[in-house]
Design a protein around this ligand. Structure first.
Ligand code: ADP
Ligand code: MG
Length: 538
C-alpha cells in the first residue's frame, strides 16, 4: 500500500482505545500498542508538570498515585467549563484526549515504521455537536488530520458488513462500553449501510456496573467494621481494581469472592451472578427501555429484526446477552470482537474516504453520501456462508442526525423559544432553511443562536454556537432573514445567515474545529506535542 493511503481508524473509548489500519490486502488490522496490547486503556498518569504516561503504565499508577491520574475523560468531552488539574495546570477534556491520541499515534508510527497523519475517529452516535467538535479538536491537538468523525455503530457495522452479500438485513447494534451506551438500528445490504434510528445515554456504561458492585461490597464492610473503604483515595482505588477483576470474572464464572481490607480489618464478600444482576436491575431496565425507544423510532417490531451486533466490552456480561436474547428472540452474532470492530470499521471508512478525496472522478454518484473504494475487508468477522465475500467498489453510508437542530428566536412577546429546523432522525447530509424576522425596529446586527436537543426553551437545549451578521442597514421590525443549516456527511453543521434584502451572508461551521480560541489551541497543541511520554528518556 502506498504511504498516502494509510489512515488510522481510532476508537477513542471512555475506558479503552484501539487503533487499526487497512493493510496492503485491503483488510483492517488492529495495531498493537508498544506494550503489546491490542487495546490501550484511556488512562493518563501525570508524573510531573510536563510528563505523563498513557495506557497500561498509567493504570498501574491508579493505586499508587490516584490524584495524578485522569480517566473517563470521554464523559466530559464537549463540556466547555470542565477541567482537571495536575501539577497546578488545568487540562481540558480535549487536551487530555489529545494526550491519549498522541500515544496511539506514536505507537502506530512505531509499528508501521513511518509517520501517519490522517485519521478517522469514532464517537458514540448520540454525541452532540460540541462533543463531536471537541473530539475533532483533540485529534488536531495531537497532530492528526481528522478526515472525519464517524459514529461508533456505523464503524462497527462497516467492519461487520462491508463485504456482505446476500439479502438486505435489519440489524441492531448494541454498544455498551465503559461509560457510554448506544443503540442503533441499521439497514445493511451489499454496498450500503443506512441508519434507521439511534438513541443512547452518554452516562451509562460498564463503570455503573462497577459502582454497583463497589457500593454493595463497601456497605458490607461498613456494616461489619463501621469504616467506609471508599473514604481514602488509595484504599478506594485498590478496592476498585479488585471490583473490576470480580466483574470480569463474573462474565465467565458464576461466583466470586472479593477480599476487602481497610484500616487493619479485612473480610471476604461473596457475590454470585444472580445477585450481581439484581444489583444492576435498574441499569438493565434503562438498556431495555432505550432499545424499545429505538425500535419504535425505527418503526419496526422486534420480529422484523434479523441480527444483533454486540459492541463494547460490557456486552460480555451474561446479564446483557440474556436480556437482549429475551427481548429480541435472537442470539447475538457470534465471533465479533466487541473491542476491536469499531477501530477496524473506522480504518475502512478512512480508506474509502481517502480514495474519494484522492480520486473524485471515480465517484459514480454525486456526493455527499457515496464513498468509493475497493477494499475487501477481512475483519476476522463471520461472513454469511451463503454469500462469498466480494471486493466492494462502492459503499454508501447514510447516517442520521441524533438530536434536533433549531434556532433560538424571540416571539411577538419577546419571549425566547426554539424553532426547529432539522428534526432528529434526518438522513445526512441534509439542508434545511427557515425565514425569521427582525424582532425590533432598526436592528443592525442579527445573532443566530444554534440550538441542539429536544425542548423549546434555552434551558432545555444546548446552544452549540452562534453566527453574527452585522453592519446591516437599520430597518423595520419584520425585516426577513434566512437561516440555512447544512449538516454534512462528516457529521458537522454549517450555518448560513442571509439578510434577504441585501443578500449579505455570514457563514460559520459549528464546532468543526472545536471550541478553543486560536491562541489557546496553539498553546494546547504545543503542550501536547512537548509533553514527555517516557520518564526514562533523556
Ligand atoms: P469504551 O469504548 O467505552 O472504552 P469498551 O468497549 O472498551 O469501552 O468496554 C469497556 C468496558 O467493558 C469496561 O467497563 C470494562 O470493565 C468492560 N468489560 C470488558 N471486558 C469485560 C468482561 N469480560 N465482562 C464484563 N465487563 C467487561
Ligand atoms: Mg467503545
Amino acid at each position: 500500500m502506498e504511504k498516502h493511503e494509510v489512515v488510522l481508524g481510532i476508537d477513542l473509548g471512555t475506558t479503552f482505545s484501539a487503533i487499526a489500519v487497512v493493510n496492503q490486502h485491503g483488510s483492517p488490522i488492529i495495531i498493537p500498542n508498544c506494550e503489546g496490547g491490542r487495546t490501550t486503556p484511556s488512562v493518563i498518569h501525570f508524573y510531573d508538570s510536563d510528563g505523563c504516561l498513557v495506557g497500561e503504565e498509567a493504570v498501574r499508577m491508579v493505586v499508587v498515585d490516584p490524584s495524578n491520574v485522569a480517566r473517563f475523560v470521554k464523559r466530559s468531552m464537549g463540556e466547555s467549563d470542565f477541567s482537571m488539574e495536575f501539577f497546578r495546570r488545568p487540562y481540558t477534556p480535549q487536551e487530555l484526549s489529545a494526550l491519549i491520541l498522541r500515544k496511539l499515534k506514536n505507537d502506530a508510527e512505531q509499528f508501521l515504521g513511518h509517520q501517519v497523519r490522517d485519521a478517522v475517529i469514532s464517537v458514540p452516535a448520540y454525541f452532540n455537536s460540541p462533543q463531536r467538535g471537541a473530539t475533532a479538536e483533540a485529534g488536531a491537538l495531537a497532530g492528526l488530520n481528522v478526515l472525519s468523525i464517524i459514529n461508533e455503530p456505523t464503524a462497527a457495522a462497516i467492519a461487520y458488513g462491508v463485504d456482505r452479500q446476500g439479502p438486505p438485513k435489519t440489524i441492531l447494534v448494541f454498544d455498551l462500553g465503559g461509560g457510554t451506551f448506544d443503540v442503533t438500528v441499521m439497514d445493511i445490504r451489499p454496498g450500503s449501510l443506512k441508519t434507521l434510528a439511534s438513541d443512547g445515554n452518554a452516562e451509562l456504561g460498564g463503570k455503573d456496573w462497577d459502582d454497583r458492585l463497589l457500593n454493595y461490597v463497601s456497605e458490607h464492610f461498613i456494616e461489619r467494621f463501621g469504616d467506609d473503604p471508599r473514604d481514602d483515595p488509595n484504599p478506594y482505588q485498590e478496592l476498585y481494581e479488585r471490583i473490576l477483576e470480580a466483574k470480569l470474572a463474573l462474565s465467565s464464572r458464576s461466583n466470586v469472592r472479593i477480599p476487602v481490607n481497610y484500616r487493619g480489618h479485612w473480610m471476604f464478600v461473596d457475590v454470585d451472578e444472580p445477585l450481581f444482576r439484581d444489583l444492576c436491575q435498574d441499569l438493565l431496565d434503562q438498556c431495555r427501555d432505550t432499545c424499545n425507544i429505538v425500535m419504535e423510532k425505527a418503526g419496526i417490531g422486534w420480529e422484523k429484526l434479523d441480527e444483533i451486533l454486540l459492541v463494547g466490552g460490557a456486552t460480555r456480561m451474561p446479564m446483557i446477552r440474556n436480556m437482549i436474547s429475551d427481548m429480541s428472540g435472537l442470539s447475538p452474532i457470534a465471533g465479533v470482537n466487541p473491542d476491536e470492530c469499531i477501530a477496524m470499521g473506522a480504518a475502512l471508512a478512512g480508506i474509502f474516504r481517502h480514495r474519494q478525496n484522492m480520486l473524485p472522478s471515480l465517484l459514480e454518484e454525486a456526493l455527499p453520501t457515496s464513498i468509493t473504494g475497493s477494499a475487501s475487508a477481512d475483519s476476522g468477522l463471520p461472513k454469511d456462508s451463503s454469500s462469498p465475500a466480494m471486493p466492494l467498489a462502492r459503499l454508501e453510508i447514510v447516517d442520521i442526525t441524533t438530536h434536533p437542530l433549531g434556532v433560538l428566536v424571540l416571539d411577538a412577546d419577546l419571549q425566547e423559544h426554539v424553532v426547529n429546523l432539522i428534526p432528529e432522525g434526518t438522513p445526512l447530509p441534509c439542508e434545511k432553511s427557515g425565514r425569521f424576522a427582525y424582532a425590533y425596529d432598526n436592528m443592525t446586527t442579527v445573532c443566530v443562536q444554534v440550538a441542539e436537543g429536544h425542548g423549546s426553551t434555552r434551558d432545555e437545549v444546548v446552544v452549540v454556537g452562534e453566527v453574527i451578521l452585522d453592519h446591516l442597514p437599520p430597518r423595520v421590525r419584520g425585516t426577513p432573514v434566512e437561516v440555512l443549516y447544512r449538516y454534512t456527511r462528516n457529521q458537522l453543521l454549517e450555518v448560513y445567515v442571509t439578510d434577504i434584502q441585501t443578500s449579505n451572508t455570514q457563514r460559520a461551521t459549528i464546532n468543526l474545529k472545536g471550541s478553543l480560541p486560536v491562541h489557546r489551541f496553539e498553546k494546547a497543541k504545543a503542550m501536547v506535542s512537548r509533553a514527555k511520554m517516557d520518564p526514562l528518556a533523556p
